[in-house]
Design a binder for this molecule. Structure first.
Ligand code: 4AD
Ligand code: MG
Length: 488
């Protein structure tokens, strides 16, 4: 197939035409048709190639020979257009493209194409995830997601961190919650058995039971205890049966780990990092954020007045950049929650009664949205509700955990200072029934040159929820994995 009339003509992305196209230049571009409008004298085609939220307007003279192809062009079709850039009379756009030649690369049957130029619900778009990149909302989210990935690597590079790839298949359960997807090549119907009838995993591919990782932290710690500042940014997998708008079974996590550092250094890093990322989005994604802010504003109009967010998306982002996070202990938070009107009036689904209770997202959001009206960092949680690796405080009851809570989200970061004292770590692992023999390598770092160190995990999709103002985590990752859902 011949794409372009002039062989020397290179395809120019729509973003370049709109940002830097010179009136009078003859150019070729291509993309997918968003809309086509025909009148007696001219036809207008809104063309989008995903490089920018805006479309380029292609103008076709109905008298010209090329008008003949219009019948094959409809929403969803892919076309290549060569023509002259002219000054645009239309809305807010500097240039439009007066078509001189059009090649229809791929038609899209208007009777069948599911993405018609009207408002589709996000639920519907999830069912056609193979096509939803072609919507303004999803392409905006995708571009912001890319900008955030880049900003994460930029931030750590500028701060002297080294990126490490931690394994996706592991034999350990970092968080100890047992929510793992098994990895095995054994025959599920007829697995080899030991003498007492159990499945004999020594015959499995790795010679032991393995699973998809829930976190890269344990390996990141090994690296930090030599390289001082490292981070891992990879997919993590959790088989928790949480069908919520904030949980995925496969999500991406950013986990920095720093040596010669305590929990305060950890909080300082996390706070600076989050502010940097939000500021980066504001600076580098203005068009997409403006679109997403408008989308959110329209959505808020459907809510009851008292449930509407007092701030728009851009204001919310600026607020995080401009304000320090509030820091308090779990114990202080429990007091606030217990004495709150919400608790007294039984507005919490899970009332707060005693110290030691795990905080639900409703409690986290109360603290952030109602009480402090700022992002909050909670520290020093009861050891019973946290993982084995956290530094044990002298009170014998709490550990040096720190969770960061965000408006509309709840927990966005979970981290801690790590237990670097061998005897304390071993005692806790035994108390919790963890396989100390298999984790010999982790324990050994506390024997040779152990130092205070700390780290955290930022849930990438939770960050994306915050930055884009989207309401469901399944709409900020291209192919969400959730219970009973792995279609695309
Ligand atoms: O609090 P979590 O479980 O912490 C860890 O995994 C530590 N090993 C991190 C570390 O210290 N290096 O998870 C960290 C973050 C949460 O705060 C949340 O943002 C996100 O990961 N997260 C999820 N995001 C989407 N879907 C899920 N099912 C998630 N579970 C946790
Ligand atoms: Mg957590």
């Amino acid at each position: 197939m011949k794409l372009f009339t002039n062989k020397k003509m290179k395809r120019i992305p729509v973003i370049d035409l709109l940002k830097a196209g010179e009136v009078g230049a003859t150019v070729t571009t291509s993309g997918w048709v968003r809309t086509k409008r025909e009148s007696k004298n001219v036809a207008f085609i809104a063309l989008n190639d995903g490089s920018i939220i805006h479309n380029i307007q292609v103008v076709v003279d109905m008298e010209s020979a090329i008008a003949g192809v219009l019948g094959r062009i409809s929403t969803g079709a892919a076309i290549a257009v060569t023509g002259k850039l002219t000054e645009s009379g239309g809305s807010g756009q500097k240039v439009e493209l007066a078509a001189e030649h059009i090649v229809v690369l791929g038609e899209a049957d208007p009777e069948k194409y599911p993405l018609q130029p009207k408002k589709h619900s996000l639920e519907f778009l999830r069912e056609i995830a193979h096509l939803r990149f072609r919507t303004n909302t999803f392409s905006a989210v995708t571009r912001v997601r890319h900008a955030m990935i880049f900003a994460i690597h930029k931030y750590f590079t500028e701060k002297g961190f080294f990126n490490i790839h931690t394994p996706i298949i592991t034999a350990s359960d970092c968080e100890g919650a047992g929510e793992m997807f098994r990895v095995s090549t054994l025959d599920p119907i007829n697995p080899p058995r030991t003498e007492d009838g159990a499945v004999d995993y020594s015959k499995d591919f790795f010679g032991k039971q393995t699973n998809l990782t829930v976190s890269g932290q344990l390996e990141a710690e090994l690296a930090a205890l030599a390289m001082t500042k490292v981070y891992t940014f990879g997919p993590t997998f959790r088989a928790e049966n949480s069908n919520t708008s904030r949980h995925l079974a496969e999500f991406w996590m950013i986990e920095p780990e720093i040596a010669f550092a305590d929990i305060t250094d950890d909080m300082d890093l996390a706070e600076d990092f989050l502010r940097y990322l939000v500021a980066y989005a504001l600076e580098h994604c203005p068009d997409d954020l403006e679109f997403l802010a408008k989308r959110l504003e329209d959505e808020e109009k459907n809510k009851k007045v008292e449930e509407r967010s007092p701030m728009g998306l851009i204001d919310k982002l600026r607020f995080v950049v401009d304000n320090e996070f509030v820091r308090l202990t779990y114990t202080e938070a429990i007091d606030i929650l217990r004495n709150s009107n919400y608790n007294k009036k039984k507005k919490f689904q899970y009332p707060i009664e005693a110290w030691g209770a795990d905080l639900q997202s409703e409690h986290e959001r109360y603290l952030v949205e109602k009480h402090f009206e700022k992002p909050v960092i909670l520290t020093d949680y009861p050891k019973e509700i946290k993982a084995f690796y956290m530094y044990q405080n002298d009170d014998g009851k709490t550990v040096r955990a720190m969770d960061i809570l965000f408006p509309g989200i709840g927990e966005i970061v979970g981290g801690s200072q790590r237990e670097d004292r061998h005897n304390h770590l071993l005692t806790r692992m035994r108390e919790m029934g963890l396989p100390e023999k298999e984790m010999w390598w982790y324990l050994e770092t506390r024997v040779y040159g152990s130092v205070p160190h700390a780290g955290f995990g930022l849930g990438f999709e939770r960050l994306m929820l915050f930055v884009t103002g989207m309401g469901n985590i399944r709409d900020v990752i291209a192919f969400p994995r959730a219970p009973k859902s792995a279609e695309f």
